[in-house]
Design a protein. Structure first.
Ligand SMILES: [Mn+2]
Length: 355
């Protein structure tokens, strides 16, 4: 098991899981307050009275035993630490506040705290089959909802109204909710990489960029499509669109286990630069998706370089943005396979022209 392996690697007697995303990942708990303590002999989920019943439904299938507590939770933790003679306790230092840590130091006498750093997010990079099924469903919902709202693109339609319809469609299809703030950016606003839907009315002769996704049973999808609203895109609109599409297809085509994310980013970036738009692609090529919308691994020209592994799920989303004119991004969610890849999104990437 993943936690047992981590304990062996770091020579730990126990691990305290406090971050809600990691709690959900390891224990199945979907509530908003709880702590798990894993030792060599036990897996305890400490819940207060508000969450005992829910925890009893959710955590036993993941091998955790519910321990009801009366606040403060540290009193029960101290007791278990003493009973099981825990000396080296792994803690999520990236998610614990200084005051919580000081409280631990004060109460957990004789315990050495070992920093887990980003061990959990690294474990979460590689998806299980169950996780992949949930991501696939989240992507399917986004694809279907997008198709539904395309007819709403007309002169005078407000970006925000289309956003609301899009999010409602995703929920009707089973989504928990949007996986991040929906981006709908029309005409000159499409040049803003993160132009969240505004009160702007959609006007003709420009791009409309949609970047959105949903959570399905906790797992995120993330897709971008850029459409053209007007009779005939100009040569410049077509050139930008085609360059982004070529960059995206080129990058996806090299995906397989064993390649580096910096190399992947470079494939798209070099293509865009070769067409003269190098200065107009300012963000990284992609990121992992899972319980969190942006998670490891990241594909960019800066920061850490990751080696792709089988069953990572990443986005591939090159873009070109030209101030005052408009911008294009095209994004798919992709599963890394041993010898290749699987693109999850089914929405066309040919330029959709809405007249
Ligand atoms: Mn994305």
């Amino acid at each position: 098991m993943k936690l047992k392996k981590l304990m062996e690697e770091k020579n730990l007697d126990g691990i305290l899981i406090t971050d809600l995303v990691n709690l959900r990942y390891f224990t199945g708990f979907t509530g908003t307050t709880g702590i798990a303590l894993v030792t060599s002999t036990g897996r305890y989920f400490l819940a207060d009275s508000r969450y005992v019943a829910q925890a009893k439904e959710e955590v036993p299938p993941c091998g955790f035993e519910v321990v009801p507590i009366i606040r403060p939770v540290e009193n029960k933790i101290v007791q278990i630490l003493k009973d099981e003679k825990i000396e080296r306790l792994g803690i999520e230092d990236e998610n614990i506040t200084l005051s919580t840590y000081n409280g631990y130091v004060d109460k957990f006498k004789g315990v050495e705290f070992i920093s887990l750093k980003d061990s959990f997010v690294r474990i979460r990079m590689i998806k299980t089959d169950i996780e992949i099924e949930k991501i696939k469903k989240a992507v399917e919902i986004a694809d279907k909802a997008f198709k539904k709202i395309l007819p709403l693109i007309k002169e005078g339609a407000v970006e925000n109204d289309i956003k609301n319809e899009l999010e409602y469609e995703m929920k009707k299809l089973g989504a928990d909710g949007p996986s991040f703030e929906t981006i709908i950016a029309s005409n000159y606003r499409s040049a803003m990489p993160h132009g969240v839907a505004s009160m702007k009315k959609i006007d003709r002769d420009g791009f409309v960029k949609f970047d959105f996704g949903c959570f399905y049973e906790g797992y995120a999808s993330d897709m971008t499509r850029t459409v053209y609203f007007g009779d005939q895109p100009s040569e410049k609109h077509l050139d930008i669109y085609n360059t982004v599409l070529e960059a995206q297809l080129k990058a996806i085509s090299v995906i397989k286990a064993g390649i580096s994310t910096r190399y992947l980013d470079g494939i798209a970036r070099d293509h865009i630069a070769s067409k003269g738009y190098g200065e107009n692609f300012g963000h990284g090529l992609g990121h992992g998706i899972g319980l969190v919308i942006h998670e490891l691994p990241f594909a960019s020209e800066k920061g850490e370089d990751f080696i792709l592994e089988e069953n990572m799920v990443i986005t591939v989303e090159p873009g070109i943005y030209i101030d005052g004119f408009g911008g294009v991004r095209i994004e798919d969610d992709v599963i890394v396979k041993k010898d290749g890849y699987e693109i999850l999104n089914k929405t066309t990437k040919e330029l959709i022209i809405i007249k």
